[in-house]
Design a protein around this ligand. Structure first.
Ligand code: C2E
Ligand code: MG
Ligand code: MG
Length: 603
């Protein structure tokens, strides 16, 4: 019976119809008078919580009580009887407990899930007895309620297990299962004297994709990333999604430290092909942090934090790469809650500072401006880079307040430098999407200009591609208003978001900042050089200035120059510097370039 039940496949016949069909079989036609009594009882009293079983000849042969799971059969069916008591005994004992519940009768074609749904929605009472299976209203057999209960329980258990241990979107193990496996792997590793590699992977700028193209696209992208990660790991490694855009890989039984690096490189490379979703061609990169058990820590929780720290380091080194944990990295506890509260107070407590990184013209070697970059002078964690808090601030909206502070402070600094008779430099300020889209943004800038007396012609706003890609009316209007005030506009991290370049023609943009992922290793990666050349040509044709972000080495600078980039910015010249350090740097830089010029004149 159970087997038959499990093979049921399609939707049930409406219950009421089946009950009606059954009633037509009730005729006082045979010697089983007790059955007749019961059947009459059943049919005349809708409250009776029992159901007759009718044989293939339309003869009532038994009764099932769904309340107590007692079945009564006529003599013919005695061998199949589960219940042991007589009908009268049963009726006398239980009539009072019958409840007003419609019996469940399912057609043979009913699938188990539908039957389960009916039972669950009927309050599970029917679980304790059984289900009558009929075909065209004829009794075919019984499905034991207990079997069904077991089946439902098993399914529920496996559903619950899946829900509790796997990520619904990607099907990968979730944080909980990953944690269990990590613990187990660490225990095994001690026994086997092997290493465990732990890798944290965060998708760079995922929020921008989600914000501008919608969660649907974001979800598909996460699935695509999950698939790529799986191809980079071994079959025996656990690739998990920890939540949001965070993934992790657990590598067990390692015997050398190099393996996680190889996998990390493989992952970075595997992300190079664009992902095409709903007509959007997306470039994705990831930042990876690696920690090794037991070398980096023997406490699993601390090990996780260390991999996280290494991941943030990879991000602050320009994203699209990996970093191994090392003790000199500033420990960052990603405990969001406390950070969030602290972040909200940070503006009030005046804990933010701006550092300034110069931009150098490649035509004449002069400093043409600086970019203001925020840092958080955290009371206990030290100086935090924006990668640690800007995403959170964007998530909870505090970015608007922080952004206002940055703008005012950068203008104040500009004022102080001008007052100190320093050569007037352009000041570039990063503006996040939320801040830009906020109503009253343009007006708030006007207030700052009037308060500080700074000439807007010296101020440049850096916006990311995704800010401009927002499908919102009014973006062009806002950009035009900013241009009217006299501000310059530039696109930050160009090339990382979208290949749709239409917006470039439409918007009044002054410069393009080529993302540092294209500048990194440009001297050894010909494809990067080709991309940079193409972007420079594009910028020229649209009369925009091209800026190479993240220029680090001499040879990178050589290639950047060869590509005819207009401006370079990066550690090659200077890291972002505190205001007083910047002034010192500027003095040295200018006197060196004077010497270089003199040298040039002499030769
Ligand atoms: P960004 O605007 O693209 O800034 C460039 C980032 O690259 C800065 O990181 C800078 O320190 C780093 N960098 C510059 N040259 C080099 C180099 O040669 N090599 C490497 N590896 N890195 C280099 P930082 O200061 O950590 O800022 C990260 C991002 O945080 C910024 O990227 C920007 O998107 C955001 N950010 C910074 N300050 C602000 C702000 O005031 N407001 C907003 N909304 N975002 C900000
Ligand atoms: Mg920037
Ligand atoms: Mg940038």
């Amino acid at each position: 019976m159970n087997t038959k039940f499990l093979h049921l496949t399609s939707r049930p016949t409406p219950e009421s119809a089946t009950v009606r069909q059954l009633s037509k079989f009730v005729q006082p036609i045979n010697e089983n008078t007790f059955c007749l009594v019961i059947l009459n009882y059943f049919l005349t009293d809708p409250k009776l919580y029992a159901l007759p079983v009718i044989n293939i000849m339309n003869i009532p042969v038994g009764l099932i009580d769904r309340h107590l799971f007692v079945e009564y059969f006529s003599r013919l069916y005695v061998p199949e009887i589960y219940g042991k008591r007589t009908v009268m005994q049963f009726l006398t004992e239980n009539l009072a407990t019958f409840t007003d519940t419609t019996p469940i009768i399912v057609d043979e074609s009913t699938c188990i899930d539908d039957a389960a749904k009916m039972i669950v929605s009927a309050g599970m009472q029917h679980m304790v007895t059984g289900i009558i299976i009929t075909r065209d209203g004829e009794y075919l057999g019984l499905a034991s309620g207990h079997d069904l209960l077991n089946e439902i329980t098993l399914r529920k258990q496996s559903d619950l297990y899946f829900l509790a241990h796997f990520d619904h979107l990607t099907g990968l193990p979730n944080r909980m299962l990953f944690g269990d496996r990590l613990m187990q792997a660490c225990r095994d590793s001690l026994r086997n004297e092997t290493l465990v590699g732990l890798m944290f992977i965060d998708v760079d700028r995922f929020k921008q994709v989600n914000d501008s193209l919608g969660h649907g696209v974001g979800d598909i992208l996460l699935c695509a990333i999950a698939a790529r990660l799986k191809t980079c790991a071994r079959e025996s490694d656990t690739v998990a999604r920890l939540g949001g855009d965070e993934f992790a890989i657990l590598m067990e039984n390692l015997t050398d430290y190099e393996f996680p690096k190889i996998v990390a490189l493989r992952i970075v490379e595997s992300m190079q092909d664009q992902v095409i979703i709903s007509g959007h061609s997306l470039s994705i990169t990831v930042s990876i942090g690696i920690a090794i058990y037991p070398t980096d820590d023997t406490d699993v929780t601390v090990l996780l934090t260390k991999a996280d720290t290494a991941m943030y380091e990879a991000k602050s080194r320009g994203r699209n790469g990996f970093c191994n944990y090392s003790p000199n990295l500033l420990m960052y506890n990603s405990e969001k809650m406390s950070l969030e509260t602290e972040l909200k107070n940070a503006v009030k407590n005046n804990e933010f500072v701006l550092h300034y990184q110069p931009k150098i013209s490649l035509n004449d070697g002069q400093v043409i401006g600086v970019e203001a970059l925020i840092r958080w002078q955290h009371p206990t964690r030290g100086l935090l880079s924006p990668i640690h808090f800007i995403p959170l601030a964007e998530e909870n909206g505090v970015i608007v307040e922080i952004g206002n502070w940055v703008f005012r402070e950068a203008c104040n600094q500009h004022r102080r430098w001008t007052d100190a008779a320093l050569p007037a430099t352009n000041m570039a300020i990063n503006v996040s999407s939320l801040q830009f889209r906020k109503e009253g943004f343009v007006e708030s800038l006007k207030v700052i200009f009037s308060d500080t007396g700074v000439n807007p012609n010296f101020i440049e706003i850096e916006l990311t591609e995704s800010t401009l890609m927002h499908n919102e009316a009014g973006i062009l209007e806002k950009l035009n208003q900013l241009k009217e005030i006299g501000l310059r506009l530039s696109i930050d991290d160009f090339g990382t978001g979208y290949s749709n370049l239409n917006y470039l023609k439409q918007f009044p943009i002054d410069s393009i900042k080529i993302d540092q992922s294209f500048i990194r290793d440009i001297d050894t990666t010909p494809v990067n050089e080709s991309i940079v050349r193409a972007i420079v040509t594009l910028a020229n044709s649209l009369s925009m200035t091209s800026i190479a972000e993240g220029t680090e080495s001499d040879s990178e600078l050589e290639v950047v120059k060869r590509c005819l980039c207009d401006v370079a910015q990066g550690y090659h010249y200077a890291k972002p510097l505190a205001p007083q350090d910047f002034i010192q740097w500027l003095g040295t830089f200018q006197s060196n370039s004077m010497k270089d010029t003199d040298q040039l004149l002499l030769t």
